[in-house]
Design a protein around this ligand. Structure first.
Ligand code: OFO
Length: 169
């Protein structure tokens, strides 16, 4: 059984994962109307889908442990970006924010000696390490090849080679 505090904190994470999905969905929609970056666009759409899976995993966990997962109201994300590089930088910043939030959940679980939740959260801890690392790699590549037209063409090809962020479920 989850404590009220743990349940509330997990529900806040449901909101954060749902907002993450919206943030990347907005990036995908913006990328889709830029010329010639179909693979980058697909990457953002996929990433948005994965965030929804992260949210669902939390919802099931809360409900299975005797709590009630609350489906949250969501704020509108940033809709446009000055460049692809800016979009990836804000993706990294967002993931860093999510990592802090997951770490905070781990702290609460340990504090309450809630080892089942602690164990459940380890999947998210690993996921955040992977997502941050991948975002940094992509930004490094963009810094190297530039985000002018020819650089973007190469980056759009290259992003096909990176594993889908986090690998989902
Ligand atoms: Fe849910 O992993 Fe990114 O935010």
């Amino acid at each position: 059984m989850l404590s009220d505090k743990m349940q509330e904190a997990l529900n806040e994470q449901v909101r954060i994962e749902a907002e993450s999905s919206q943030v990347y969905l907005a990036m995908a929609s913006w990328a889709e109307i830029q010329p010639g970056i179909d693979n980058i666009t697909a990457f953002f759409y996929r990433h948005s889908d994965e965030e929804r899976q992260h949210m669902l995993k939390l919802i099931h966990f809360i409900n299975e442990r005797g709590g009630f997962a609350i489906i949250p109201d969501l704020k509108q994300p940033v809709l446009t970006f000055p460049s692809i590089k800016h979009a990836f930088k804000s993706l990294l910043e967002h993931e860093e924010f999510v990592s802090k939030s997951i770490n905070n959940l781990v702290d609460i679980a340990l504090d309450e000696k809630d080892y089942a939740t602690h164990n459940f959260l380890q999947w998210y801890v690993s996921e955040q390490i992977e997502e941050e690392a991948l975002a940094r790699t992509l930004i490094d590549k963009l810094e190297l090849i530039g985000d002018e037209r020819s650089g973007l063409y190469l980056f759009d090809q290259d992003i096909l080679n990176v594993s889908v962020m986090g690998g989902g479920e």
